[in-house]
Design a binder for this molecule. Sequence first.
Ligand SMILES: *[C@@H]1O[C@H](CO)[C@@H](O)[C@H](O)[C@H]1NC(C)=O
Ligand SMILES: *[C@@H]1O[C@H](CO)[C@@H](O)[C@H](O)[C@H]1NC(C)=O
Ligand SMILES: *[C@@H]1O[C@H](CO)[C@@H](O)[C@H](O)[C@H]1NC(C)=O
Length: 155
Amino acid sequence: MLLLLIFVSIFALSSSSCSSNSIQWNSKCYTLYTNNTQFVTAAYFCKNIGGDLVSIHDAFVNSLLNDYVSNHVHDVFKLDFWTGASKMFTPNTWTWLDGTPFDYNVWDVMEPRNATWANCTAVFVPSGKWSALDCTTKRPFFCQFPLVKPTGCNV
Ligand SMILES: *[C@@H]1O[C@H](CO)[C@@H](O)[C@H](O)[C@H]1NC(C)=O
Ligand SMILES: *[C@@H]1O[C@H](CO)[C@@H](O)[C@H](O)[C@H]1NC(C)=O
Ligand SMILES: *[C@@H]1O[C@H](CO)[C@@H](O)[C@H](O)[C@H]1NC(C)=O
């Protein structure tokens, strides 16, 4: 009984902070928006609600997002999604909009296309591979939010 209580309270603590339609991992919440949206519009949308277009720094998060889309999206025109990787503001250099280092990538073969029209990056589902694309094309996107921990709590 006590164990069950502990389990329930841990579960409540860890799940209460991200909204129910978000994925929680490593002090971040990831929320998918399925409206097909231009890169810059998506970036502003995330900023305006206290987040950022998603940045990806390891294979685990790459598959977490990829699997989520595979399991939740059943419209083949809404599978690939924008990330915050772009070279729009930094000539010929890929950077994350949230300012974190560009320390990981899963470029598909023949990617990134080194074309000045291909300044933004989408993840293709289900391969999880990245492609450089025209930023004005419209796709779904993930925003990431910092997970706000309850104060005075040592978790
Ligand atoms: C998505 O589209 C719906 C319906 O048009 C709209 O209410 C909603 O605000 C849109 N969301 C985003 C993220 O653009
Ligand atoms: C792409 O980004 C570069 C800077 O890296 C910029 O010079 C170029 O104008 C951009 N292209 C488009 C289509 O926005
Ligand atoms: C684009 O440029 C980078 C850096 O110069 C290079 O590593 C990559 O192979 C190039 N991509 C293609 C498809 O040629």
